[in-house]
Design a protein around this ligand. Structure first.
Ligand code: NAD
Ligand code: 0WE
Length: 257
């Protein structure tokens, strides 16, 4: 399987630290020969992301808060200048205000709703539009990360569930738009993994136990397993797959009782 992505160029959004799902995906893509570029959300994260990126020979490491159009534009300008084209976009970003993940969904404010949908769903549309311009004439692959809370009620996931539903629908509309250009757009719906985004959630450990007890495989999953599926979806192995939301969750989602 070596060299599945030889000569391919990928930009990764969503590395915060070595536990990030985006980092596991980065290592898997790098191991198959892809050249990577990274973005980080704010100065605080630069000191975490830059050493990780440089450790796998990445030369392009840029700031990008996805709520800022000018920062998005600068990233893709730099990619155009340095690479002249792009093959793969990885989107592994989500955010909602903490209070919106800890009380009744019905209390979600207009501002909280807008923030969650902007960062977690609209950003895929904006990043994909810019990426597609650099994929013109060569095809490409876009991959985002979602969660079961889009399809079913997961207590406290709340506005993030609504944002993930919008994200998954966006995957299908983007796949329709970009299919004629040979650009595929897919999502992985991952089971719970203890990352920074999960660390802020009270009772997360109990959720891990609950899911592991009920999943057909009777266990949780890890970021490396998400990364293996990511490799399939973004490489030639997934050449006929687009608009898909693929569950990587030890089978948890199929259960009714
Ligand atoms: P993580 O905290 O490592 O990654 C989340 C990333 O989002 C961080 O890098 C953070 O900097 C970035 N981000 C937040 N706001 C941003 C903004 N305004 N601009 C740019 N970046 C911003 O956690 P993770 O678990 O690796 O999350 C990655 C993705 O996986 C998310 O979309 C999440 O919803 C999804 N996911 C996570 C799990 C889980 O249980 N950990 C399960 C299914 C799906
Ligand atoms: O998508 C996520 C979490 C994304 C997330 C996490 C945070 C924590 C810190 C978005 N915004 C914030 N805002 C913060 O201030 N997951 C899939 C992990 C997750 O989060 C949950 C879960 C699971 C699983 C929240 C409630 C219930 C289950």
């Amino acid at each position: 399987m070596e060299g599945l992505l030889k000569g391919k160029r990928a930009v990764i959004f969503g590395v915060a630290n070595e536990r990030s799902i985006a980092w596991a995906i980065s290592e898997a893509l790098h191991a198959e020969g892809a050249e990577l570029a990274f973005t980080y959300a704010g100065e605080m994260l630069e000191k975490r992301v830059r050493p990780l990126a440089e450790g796998i020979g990445a030369k392009i490491v840029l700031p990008c808060d996805v709520t800022k159009d000018d920062e998005i534009e600068k990233v893709f300008q730099a990619l155009k200048q340095e690479w002249g084209g792009l093959d793969i976009l990885i989107h592994a970003i989500a955010f909602a205000a903490k209070e919106d993940l800890s009380r009744a969904f019905v209390l979600t404010s207009r501002r909280g709703f807008q923030l969650a949908l902007d960062v977690s769903a609209y950003s895929l549309v904006a990043l994909t539009r810019h990426a597609a311009a650099l994929m013109e004439g060569r095809g490409g692959s876009v991959l985002t990360m979602t969660y079961l809370g889009s399809e079913r009620v997961i207590p406290n996931y709340n506005v993030m569930g609504v944002a993930k539903a919008a994200l998954e629908a966006s995957v299908r509309y983007l796949a329709h738009d970009l299919g004629p250009a040979g650009i595929r757009v897919n999502a992985i719906s991952a089971g719970p993994i203890k990352t920074l985004a999960a660390a802020g959630i009270s009772g997360f450990k109990d959720m891990l136990h609950y899911a592991a007890e009920r999943a057909p495989l009777r266990r949780n999953i890890d970021a490396e397993e998400v990364a293996k599926t990511a490799l399939y979806l973004v490489s030639d192995l997934g050449s006929a797959v687009t608009g898909e939301v693929l569950h990587v969750d030890a089978g948890y989602n199929i259960m009714g009782m």
